[in-house]
Design a protein around this ligand. Structure first.
Ligand SMILES: Nc1ncnc2c1ncn2[C@@H]1O[C@H](COP(=O)(O)OP(=O)(O)OP(=O)(O)O)[C@@H](O)[C@H]1O
Ligand code: SF4
Ligand SMILES: [Mg+2]
Length: 455
C-alpha cells in the first residue's frame, strides 16, 4: 500500500515522468484511452451514417483498373497507442491481372486486404483516411431501391406482356372485364430472372458499412489463409456454399443454388462433388477445405478475388495444384487476383505485378520481371538474396539483420535505416518519397531520388 501511494504521488505530482521506454504511466495510458475513444467513436459513427449513393460513387483514375488504392491509412487504436498498420499505401490492380503483395510478417498485407473488404475489426481497427476505388458491375435500382428486371421485347422493341392466371389457371380479369397482364421477364438457362446491371465505381473507404453487401461475395471475395477457421463446423459444405448463391443471386431457388454449388466444386477440381457437398468441414482434408473456400469465393463469379496466403497451410504438391487452379480460374471468369503472400516463389509463379511492403508502407512496386530481375530497394534485394535457389550451394542462407521498428513509434526517417547496408547521409533526413524509375517501376529509397524516369 505504501509503495502504491508512493507511485501515485510521483505520478500525480509530476516530479518526473514515470514513463521510460515501453512503459506507460497511468496518466499517459489514460490520455491514450481518451484520445482513442474519441477517434474510435467518430470513425464508428461515420461507418454507420446513412449516405446517398452519390457520396461514395466516384471515377477510376485509369479505366483499365478494377481496384485503385490511394494513400490508404488503416490504424488500430490500442491501449499502448496507435498502430499504423497501413500507413499511406497506394497501388492499383489492373483488370484481368494478378497483383502480388509481399513483405515480412506484420508489414500490413492482411490489414490492406481486410481494408478492401471492410472487414477490419472495429472499434479498434479503422480505415482512417484514403480511397479504395472499385469498379463494380452492380444491379441497377429504381427510385424505391428495387432491382430493375430485363423484359422480353418483340421485333418492334415493345415490351412483351403475358396474361396473369388465377389459382385455377384461368386468365384473370379486372373489374371491367379486361384481362390482367404483366411484362415478361427475361430468364437465363436455369430459369432465373435477369435484372439490369450497370457499372459503378465505389469508394469503399467512404461506403457505409451496411452497403458493403453489394460488393462482398458478389463483386469481390476473399480466400482466407486458414480454411478450418473460415468454414462453419456445424453446417455442411453444401449449406455454406448454397447460402452464397441464395443471398447474392436475386430469385435464386434452392435447386438452382445446389446445382451451382456442385458446378463450383467441380470447377475447383473436387472429384466427388456430391459427396463433398453433403460433408461437414472436419470430414475433408486441408487441401479439399481450401478448394471449398475457393469454390465459395467463386460462387458469384466475382471480378476481384483477394487471396490472403491461400497456400501457406498446404503442402507443396497441393500448393502447386491450388496455384494452377487460380491461374485457370482467372482466365475462365476473366477476373483479377490480389494475391497476398510472404513466399516469393508463389509470387514468381503467379503475379503480373508485385507490390513490396515494409512496416505499413510500400517500398517498391513494379512488374514481376522488374522486381525479380532488377530489384532496387535494399529490402527487396535482401528478400531476393534470402530466397533459396536450386543452382547455388551455400552453407547459410542470407538473412536481413535486425527487426522492423516498433509500429507505435515509427521514426521520421526511412523505416529500413537500422537494417540497411547501403545507408547514406540523406537517410537520416525525411522519409524517402516514391520515385518512378520506369513507366511501371517505383521505389521509395534515397539512392534513387535523382533517377526519376522522365519518359
Ligand atoms: N487487431 C489488431 N490489434 C492491434 N494491432 C494489430 C491487429 N491486427 C494486426 N495488427 C498489427 O498490424 C500490423 C500488420 O498486421 P498484418 O496482419 O497486416 O500483417 P501481415 O503482413 O499480414 O503479416 P503475416 O505475414 O504474419 O500475416 C502488425 O504490426 C500487427 O501487429
Ligand atoms: S533510404 Fe537509405 S536507409 Fe532507406 S533503404 Fe534507401 S539507402 Fe537504405
Ligand atoms: Mg497476414
Amino acid at each position: 500500500m505504501k509503495l502504491l501511494k508512493l507511485f501515485m504521488k510521483k505520478e500525480e505530482g509530476g516530479e518526473k515522468p514515470a514513463s521510460s521506454g515501453h512503459y506507460l504511466t497511468g496518466k499517459e495510458a489514460r490520455a491514450i484511452a481518451k484520445a482513442n475513444n474519441k477517434e474510435m467513436r467518430r470513425l464508428e459513427q461515420a461507418k454507420r451514417r446513412k449516405l446517398p449513393v452519390s457520396a461514395y460513387t466516384t471515377e477510376m483514375k485509369d479505366n483499365g483498373n478494377i481496384l485503385e488504392i490511394e494513400d490508404l491509412h488503416s490504424y488500430f487504436f490500442t491501449d499502448q497507442g496507435v498502430v499504423k498498420a497501413v500507413n499511406g499505401v497506394s497501388f492499383e490492380v489492373p483488370m484481368n491481372s494478378t497483383v502480388g503483395v509481399v513483405g515480412e510478417s506484420g508489414c500490413g498485407k492482411s490489414v490492406t486486404s481486410m481494408s478492401v473488404m471492410r472487414l477490419l475489426q472495429g472499434p479498434s481497427g479503422q480505415i482512417v483516411s484514403g480511397s479504395i476505388r472499385f469498379k463494380a458491375l452492380d444491379y441497377k435500382r429504381d427510385e424505391k431501391g428495387k432491382y430493375i428486371p430485363v423484359y422480353q421485347r418483340d421485333e418492334k422493341g415493345e415490351i412483351v406482356y403475358e396474361p396473369v392466371l388465377d389459382k385455377s389457371g384461368k386468365p384473370r380479369t379486372d373489374k371491367y372485364g379486361n384481362p390482367v397482364t404483366r411484362p415478361v421477364q427475361v430468364r437465363d438457362e436455369n430459369g432465373i430472372g435477369v435484372y439490369e446491371k450497370e457499372e459503378h465505381v465505389f469508394d469503399i473507404a467512404k461506403m457505409p458499412i451496411n452497403e458493403m453487401y453489394r460488393l462482398r461475395g458478389r463483386q469481390m471475395s476473399m480466400v482466407f489463409q486458414e480454411p478450418m477457421t473460415s468454414l462453419n463446423p456445424v453446417f455442411t459444405i453444401g449449406n455454406q456454399l448454397d447460402e452464397v448463391t441464395l443471398i447474392h443471386v436475386p430469385d435464386a431457388t434452392r435447386e438452382f443454388a445446389k446445382k451451382r454449388s456442385i458446378e463450383m466444386l467441380n470447377l475447383v477440381g473436387i472429384a466427388m462433388p456430391e459427396r463433398v457437398y453433403a460433408s461437414f468441414p472436419h470430414e475433408l482434408s486441408g487441401g479439399m477445405r481450401q478448394r471449398v473456400m475457393i469454390a465459395m469465393a467463386l460462387a458469384c463469379e466475382p471480378r476481384l478475388i483477394i487471396a490472403d496466403e491461400p497456400t501457406t497451410a498446404l503442402d507443396v504438391t497441393i500448393q502447386a495444384q491450388i496455384l494452377n487452379l487460380f491461374n485457370e480460374l482467372k482466365r475462365k471468369i476473366n477476373g483479377s487476383i490480389l494475391l497476398i503472400t510472404h513466399d516469393l516463389g508463389v509470387i514468381a509463379e503467379m503475379a503480373d505485378y508485385v507490390v513490396v511492403m515494409y512496416a505499413g508502407k510500400i517500398i517498391e512496386r513494379g512488374t514481376a520481371s522488374e522486381i525479380f530481375h532488377n530489384p532496387c530497394h535494399p529490402y527487396t534485394q535482401g528478400l531476393q538474396k534470402s530466397k533459396p535457389t536450386m543452382n547455388s550451394t551455400v552453407d547459410q542462407l542470407f538473412n536481413i539483420p535486425g527487426n522492423v521498428p516498433n509500429p507505435i513509434n515509427m521514426p521520421d526517417y526511412c523505416y529500413f535505416k537500422e537494417r540497411c547496408s547501403r545507408c547514406i547521409a540523406k537517410c537520416s533526413g525525411e522519409y524517402p518519397k516514391m520515385t518512378r524509375i520506369s513507366p511501371t517501376h517505383y521505389v521509395a529509397c534515397h539512392l534513387y531520388d535523382d533517377r526519376e524516369w522522365r519518359g
